[in-house]
Design a protein around this ligand. Structure first.
Ligand code: GLN
Length: 231
């Protein structure tokens, strides 16, 4: 009745890339949880819809292929708004500001990207962290691509890589494990946006932005923020 076309009746279908804690992960109850998932569930409810979540590779999300294939209405995946992506996607207003960071084993002497000279860093394929690491790591650093944040973290645990370059909030979550620590943060001025198909999404994006604005004014955004980012 809203006149907004959606792929599945009665649901706002969102594609994400899980796990990317604290933004999207599967909780102990088997439900999709995290900052993005709670925001999306609230937006869906505001539109009178259930939330449905589909897991996909991050590369498939940021290139827009999942939307082109009508797999979902929206991408909620801690996705940074970039000019390159804006060529293929329609973004909502920014909903979260982020930074990049380097995570290393706690016993590593590394204090920054410069200290990764001659070493291996893992990045998640297709991410802004990949771009930053490839552009800024020493030329003799080996940059190795992994599909998911889970793969990255396992590789670091196994000693297959010497560091992980990833969005700060996600590396901070991993640094809760005392075996890992942050070896640098990088202010890249990134903001996350929800994304829809480039063409024909004007009504959906307008609705999403209205829902986000409503959540900022009624305290719901702050409530969800505090749940994931305030100790
Ligand atoms: N914010 C980063 C990007 O947009 C990473 C997102 C992710 O891996 N889910 O590229």
């Amino acid at each position: 009745e809203s006149g907004i076309p959606i792929v599945n009746d009665g649901a706002l279908t969102v594609c994400s890339n899980v796990p990317f804690e604290p933004f999207e992960y599967v909780g102990e109850d088997g439900e999709y949880t995290g900052f993005d998932m709670d925001l999306s569930r609230e937006i869906a409810a505001g539109m009178g819809l259930e939330l449905e979540v589909q897991n996909a590779s991050f590369d498939g999300l940021q290139s827009g292929t999942v939307l082109a294939a009508n797999q979902c209405d929206l991408i909620a995946a801690a996705m940074t708004i970039t000019p390159e992506r804006e060529a293929n996607l329609a973004f909502s207003d920014p909903y979260y500001d982020s930074l990049q960071s380097l995570l290393v084993p706690a016993d590593s002497p590394a204090k920054s990207l410069e200290d990764m000279s001659g070493k291996r860093i893992g990045i998640q394929q297709g991410t802004t962290g990949e771009t930053y690491a490839r552009d800024n790591a020493p030329s003799d650093t080996e940059v190795i691509a992994y599909q998911t944040d889970a793969d990255l973290f396992q590789a670091l645990q196994a000693g297959n890589i010497d560091g992980v370059f990833q969005d700060l909030p996600v590396n901070l979550k991993h640094a809760d494990d005392k075996n890992f620590s942050l070896a640098g943060t990088y202010s890249t001025g990134e903001s996350y946006g929800l994304a829809a198909k480039k063409d024909g999404s004007e009504k959906l994006i307008t609705e999403i932005n209205a829902q986000l604005a409503e959540m900022h004014s009624n305290g719901k955004y702050q409530e969800i923020y505090d749940k994931y980012f305030t100790e």
